[in-house]
Design a protein around this ligand. Structure first.
Ligand code: HEC
Length: 396
């Protein structure tokens, strides 16, 4: 029963996390878009520019003030709760999904022999240390050099991805890099961007000039957030793609995809500027194509030389020992109330019918058994590969 309710909690949290995340990133993309499309030739008397838009059956007319209006309106809209709730739901989800079941989702005995507690400790430390490093960097004199700052932030995440991949399961390593980036983004909103906006508002009320340094810091942080969006969104969907987090060089795969994401974001940011480099987009896509090519699976078995193909009955003991604790109508594994994703592996017929996805999960992606928790040996994997090859052969 407990597992049943946990599953619902999980679903609702994920749903909420997704909705608040969409609202937050959507608003952030929208304001970025406004900034880029402002008609600056219409600037006059305290107005930096304006723009017209049509949406949902009406016309909208917006103006941006160069600094601030003389008086504030009765109703001023803020955008912050989307960000805070994205983090809160995300963190609770991290707890219920990963920390609650750390033995299954975070520890991978092929990577490192950790206790659940150690794995959780590493996970939380990665969030805290990332913020401390990043915030310290932004407050240091180094931050005046934009390119250097970007390089150092990237170097931090390279180091973090590599370190996490040495200790945690690939999936947990990825999600913690994502959670670290997300934490930085929300902390930027909470500690820097919103305080700067509060100062703006107070300045108008007190008829003084706003603190220019606060404005500058907020601008830098929201720029960083803008570049973080594509990598963080990739990481959030990456758990569906075992070919990325399950790769032996998963940390490098993550870095390359993040570079592609940052490159694409950069192209969208600069394409309106007079001094822009059109090469940014094709170079990013080229890098992506190179990655896709480099990751293509090598056929491991020499099918031609293979003479004996084991029938399904010979692999049943392996499936029974390594898979059925989870993939049963009533799983023995305490973490599951029903077969994960409805994949039932009880009985020869079920296994025969699902040969392709079994081969895919066990041999191609090597994502199953989950974190190799049931300790499938290489010989057993080979047996399954040969079984599958035999089936293919007998069909032709
Ligand atoms: C500890 C529990 C556990 C064990 C043991 C386990 N699985 Fe899974 N399996 C899962 C979970 C959880 C998912 C869903 C993963 C997701 O949501 O991405 C899954 C998904 C799958 C899928 C569908 C998704 C995919 O990756 O194609 C297949 C097929 C699969 N498992 C096969 C197997 C086989 C074969 C074995 C034994 C060699 C096995 N599993 C062992 C928990 C387990």
């Amino acid at each position: 029963m407990e597992v049943y309710f946990l599953e619902w909690l999980n679903l609702l949290l994920r749903w909420a996390h997704f909705i608040t995340g969409v609202a937050w990133i959507g608003a952030s993309f929208y304001f970025n878009w406004l900034e880029n499309h402002l008609e600056r030739q219409n600037a006059k008397g305290g107005i930096a520019g304006d723009l017209w838009a049509v949406h949902g059956g009406g016309f909208y007319y917006l103006q941006k003030f160069t600094v601030a209006p003389e008086r504030l309106p009765a109703n001023l809209h803020w955008f912050k709760w989307e960000a805070y709730f994205t983090w809160i739901t995300g963190f609770v989800l991290l707890c219920t999904l990963y920390y609650w079941n750390a033995g299954v989702f975070m520890v991978d005995s092929r990577v490192a022999d950790l206790s659940s507690l150690q794995a959780v400790g590493i996970g939380i430390a990665s969030l805290v240390l990332s913020w401390l490093f990043y915030d310290g960097l932004c407050r240091s004199p180094l931050a005046r050099k934009q390119a250097l700052t970007a390089l150092l932030i990237f170097a931090w995440f390279a180091l973090l991805s590599w370190l996490l991949s040495q200790f945690l399961s690939g999936r947990a390593a990825y999600i913690h890099v994502g959670a670290a980036i997300g934490t930085i983004m929300v902390a930027n909103v909470f500690f820097v961007i919103i305080p700067s906006q509060k100062d703006l508002v107070e300045a108008v009320n007190e008829q003084r000039l706003p603190d220019p340094q606060k404005g500058k810091n907020a601008l830098a942080r929201s720029r960083h957030n803008n570049y973080f969006t594509l990598p963080v969104l990739f990481i959030m969907i990456s758990s569906h793609y075992a070919g990325t987090f399950g790769h032996p060089l998963n940390w490098l795969v993550l870095l390359v995809i993040s570079m592609v994401g940052v490159g694409i974001r950069h192209w969208f940011n600069i394409r309106h500027l007079e001094k822009h480099s059109p090469l940014v987009l094709p170079l990013s896509l080229l890098l992506l194509a190179a990655l896709i090519f480099a990751l293509r699976p090598e056929p491991k078995l020499d099918l031609v030389d293979e003479v004996t193909f084991p029938p399904t009955a010979t692999i049943m003991p392996v499936i029974q020992a390594r898979c059925v604790t989870c993939h049963a109508a009533k799983p023995d594994h305490p973490g599951f109330a029903a077969a994960p994703l409805g994949v039932l592996l009880e009985g020869e017929e079920a296994v025969d019918l699902q040969a392709l996805i079994i081969f895919n999960a066990v041999i191609v992606k090597q994502s199953m058994p989950l974190a190799n928790i049931t300790q499938m040996s290489d010989e057993e994997r080979d047996l399954i590969a040969r079984w599958y090859a035999g089936r293919m052969r007998s069909k032709n």
